[in-house]
Design a protein around this ligand. Structure first.
Ligand code: SIN
Length: 278
């Protein structure tokens, strides 16, 4: 197995392994340690089917719980990230986020398998939140140290949210629901549960405020933080190919989708890896 770092803020390409076949404990251990080191791994030229995707995911934990999406037909744990060539609805996941950070035990990771990849555009961006915290000036960090963030899916998945009842013509099977208004708290700065490395967890969007702080104070702080978290120096731009699997660590990175492929179909199959159990 060969691991080639992207040379950007995170991310590495892994070659010399066939993910259509069962993996040995040694292979799995090597992939896990590369994942924890680089936060985003891409595996090109993997002609994987949905069984292969499910098997690979479960090497790293149980399946996560995926609310607000219907799974693809015949599977319980695979969602389609899809946009049709003629689709006019706003791009899915164009804002920075950490997947399902509003859950009590958010998923450790996400796997995404490229199936139909447009010839231009559609890159996914990843922002390294350990690097973002490390580089934060002390006078800025002081403002965020010790804050407990309030997370919710309401802005995205409540009936009046971005993917709610007014969101028409979307090919993805998104299912908004009142339960999106529930809230959950997590420390904003926290140690990675496996590596112990401190980082910023999630961002404005799924974070809707801070415990014990008025919204008028919290919102500007969240906006300033969002701008910092997504600075170019913390970002890895991932370019997709068909038959490419990417796995990322939601505890270490934010990610967002990009457009630029109008007139072309894009389809990827996604699973989540449940929170780490020591
Ligand atoms: C996602 O956030 O799960 C999708 C990212 C992408 O479509 O590039």
């Amino acid at each position: 197995m060969k691991v080639t770092p992207s040379g950007q803020a995170c991310g590495a390409e892994v070659t010399g392994i066939d993910l259509t076949q069962p993996l040995s404990a040694d292979d799995i251990g090597q992939i896990r340690s590369a994942w924890l080191q680089h936060h985003v791994l891409s595996f090109p030229d993997q002609a994987m089917n949905d069984d292969d995707l499910e098997r690979f995911t479960q090497y790293f934990g149980a399946f996560g719980l995926d609310p607000f999406f219907d799974p693809i037909e015949g599977r319980q744990h695979i969602a389609a990230i899809r946009r049709d060539a003629d689709e006019k609805s706003p791009l899915f996941a164009e804002n920075w986020h950490s997947d399902w950070s509003f859950q009590a035990r958010p998923p450790a990771g996400t796997c995404l398998l490229g199936i139909t990849i447009p010839p231009v555009g559609g890159d996914t961006l990843f922002a390294n939140q350990h690097a973002a915290l490390d580089a934060m000036p002390p006078e800025m960090r002081e403002k965020y140290e010790g804050l407990v963030a309030i997370h919710s899916a309401q802005m995205a998945y409540a009936p009046d949210g971005a993917y709610g009842e007014k969101d028409e013509g979307r090919s993805m099977a998104i299912r908004p629901d009142e339960s999106a208004r529930e809230t959950q708290t997590h420390p904003l700065i926290r140690e990675h549960p496996e590596t112990g490395r401190p980082g910023l967890f999630s961002c404005l969007g799924y974070i809707i405020g801070f415990e014990g702080m008025a919204q008028e104070e919290a919102l500007p702080l969240l906006q300033q933080l969002y701008a910092w978290q997504s600075r170019d120096e913390f970002v890895y731009r991932h370019q997709w190919q068909p038959n490419m699997l990417v796995m990322w660590d939601n505890r270490s990175v934010l990610h967002c989708a990009t457009g630029g492929y109008d007139g072309h179909d894009r389809l990827l199959h996604r699973t989540t890896i449940a929170a780490y159990q020591a």
